[in-house]
Design a protein around this ligand. Structure first.
Ligand SMILES: [Zn+2]
Length: 339
């Protein structure tokens, strides 16, 4: 961790290990090799068949594909991954990931489309796939050691999930519950988020029991929803109306910093927060907070490994195609599910 007496980490040279001019200088082969390294990281970039795992392959150089000698199936570096159906050149995808990795408060699809010179819908889908891959690649191991919890109220501009009687009275506000595992005792800092209707004890208990190991020390504020955690955890509370931090380190300041990043993202970047995707936004910002001291090259590799490690994304595949009848011709052209 850099000393706080020096300048901010993002200003330091070690925070910058990849850039758009660097990628522009790479040959097409170099770009593809980078994708191969990320997809087949376990074999140091040597491809193997996604269907039967055989490494006996014919190379079809003209199409940048391989054919498996065992099962006879053909595949490319993106086959079977979330990037499978994209028509974008690999270099453009890599540039999008670099731009996203550099955007410490997240990036709007409109800005990404302008930066890359691609259609808005293309940038939107890529952006959502990046978010969804962060969400679905969450480390499944329970948090332990010292864990903070807090909730942040937000009011989505469009609501479908929680637009029910109980919530209508509260103007459709929802709560983003956030858990933070503190760094230390051989544990890395980690964040897990969940969007719930309110800071109520049932949602809090379910969220914590699913994500935090028993007997962990948990820090919270004095909200009534947190008191039931006493039963299974070592709960320590801080009274925010009286103090910023208790005498024995009872504080949730780490989560506050994540929330302020999230607020800046919601007001400064995306403007319209559809509550259907709030969980993706919340976890994206938590990912940025969690990895804020990594170089941008590390972030690019993490994001690309996420995108290439997953099966095809059912949620955003054909996203605009399904809306073809209600959108303009401009939005319905050129959408393809072809490889
Ligand atoms: Zn095969």
């Amino acid at each position: 961790m850099p000393s706080t007496h020096k300048h901010h980490f993002l200003l330091a040279a070690e925070a910058r290990t990849i850039s758009l001019p660097m990628i522009q200088k790479w040959s097409d082969d170099e770009v593809r090799s980078f994708f191969e390294m990320m997809r087949w990281a376990d074999t140091l970039g040597t491809p193997y068949c996604p269907h039967c795992s055989s490494n006996e392959l014919y190379t079809i150089r003209t199409r940048n594909q391989w054919r498996c000698k065992k099962c006879n199936k053909t595949f490319s570096v993106t086959s079977g991954t979330w990037l499978h159906s994209t028509k974008l050149p690999l270099r453009t995808i890599l540039m999008a990931i670099v731009i996203s990795a550099n955007a410490v408060k997240g990036i709007a699809a409109l800005q990404l489309s302008r930066d890359l010179g691609v259609q808005y819908k293309t940038a939107y889908i890529l952006n959502q796939k990046i978010r969804d891959s962060i969400y679905k690649n969450l480390n499944p191991i329970s948090l332990k050691g010292e864990v903070e919890i807090d909730g942040m109220r937000i009011k989505p501009s469009k609501s479908v999930l929680f637009n029910k009687k109980a919530n209508r009275r509260k103007k459709n506000e929802v709560t983003v519950l956030t858990l933070k595992q503190r760094e230390g005792h051989n544990l890395a800092e980690r964040f897990i988020t969940r969007v719930v209707p309110s800071e109520n004890k049932d949602d809090i208990r379910n969220f914590v029991e699913e994500n935090v190991a028993k007997d962990t020390t948990i820090f919270s504020d004095c909200g009534a929803g947190y008191t039931t955690l006493h039963a299974s955890y070592d709960l320590r509370t801080v009274n925010h109306s009286k103090e910023f931090s208790g005498p024995n380190g009872e504080n949730i300041n780490g989560i506050e910093s994540n929330f302020s990043r999230y607020r800046r993202f919601l007001t400064g970047q995306i403007h319209h927060q559809h509550d259907k995707y709030l969980h993706l936004y919340a976890q994206e910002i938590a990912f940025r907070e969690e990895n804020r001291r990594r170089s941008n090259g590390d972030l690019v590799e993490m994001l690309l490994i996420h995108l290439l490690s997953l099966a095809e994304d059912p949620e955003f595949r054909g996203y605009w195609g399904a809306r073809r009848r209600v959108t303009t011709a401009r939005f319905s052209d050129s959408f393809s599910s072809a490889a």
